[in-house]
Design a protein around this ligand. Structure first.
Ligand code: VGL
Ligand code: ZN
Length: 197
């Protein structure tokens, strides 16, 4: 049985100075690098939006930053423009080791966001990561990265529901934490059977 490290969205736009900066996002880079060699596989995710993505407040008339709207697939927070394909903000933090096995991009369809590394925000369109992990015999996942309450949270819950053994290293994650989103995320991860270490 193999054990993979999933490094979620450690990109410039989620680090201090970035478009959707997460407090302390850069602090986790060195300790994440240091544990990579402890795993059978290292997989990085990269938030990767086209300009004008539907999750950007700037793509909607009369909508505010961080407002919640209804999309055909459900509720969606409206974010500042971030992680635009090919931009410096979409690049990994310059100190992050990127010599892992796989980089999986998500959120690349204009009309749907994808917080999870497994499914887009309709909770049904797969990214292909499940098949990759299964064909490599990976059953255990440790997750780290940004942001605890969004992409780490959704990835962890989906992975647990798919039957993976999931551990979140909370000290190697940082949260956006808006309107109680961090405590809600921790509750939903625990309920899904995710280990918070
Ligand atoms: C994320 C909001 C929008 C994340 C990505 O990586 O948690 N959050 N896009
Ligand atoms: Zn995004």
């Amino acid at each position: 049985m193999s054990h993979a490290l999933l490094v979620i969205d450690v990109q410039n736009d989620f680090c201090p100075g970035g478009a959707l900066a997460v407090a302390g996002g850069d602090e986790i880079v060195a300790p994440i690098n240091a544990i990579m060699d402890d795993f059978d596989a290292v997989i990085l995710t990269q938030d990767w939006h086209p300009a004008g993505h539907s999750s950007f407040a700037s793509s909607h008339d009369d909508k505010s930053l961080f407002e919640m709207i209804q999309m055909p697939y459900g509720a969606q927070v409206l974010w500042p423009d971030h992680c635009v394909q090919g931009s410096d903000g979409a690049a990994f933090h310059p100190d992050l080791r990127t010599d892992g096995d796989l980089i999986i991009r998500k959120g690349f369809r204009r009309d749907i966001d994808s917080y999870s590394a497994f499914f887009e925000n309709d909770h049904s369109t797969p990214t292909g990561l499940k098949g990759y992990l299964e064909t490599r015999g990976i059953e255990q996942l440790t997750m780290v990265g940004l942001a605890t309450d969004f992409c780490v949270h959704y990835s962890a819950v989906d992975a647990a529901h798919l039957g993976f053994d999931v551990t979140i290293r909370t000290g190697l994650c940082r949260a956006i934490d808006m309107d109680g989103s961090l405590s809600a995320a921790e509750k939903s991860m625990r309920e899904a059977g995710v280990n918070l270490a």
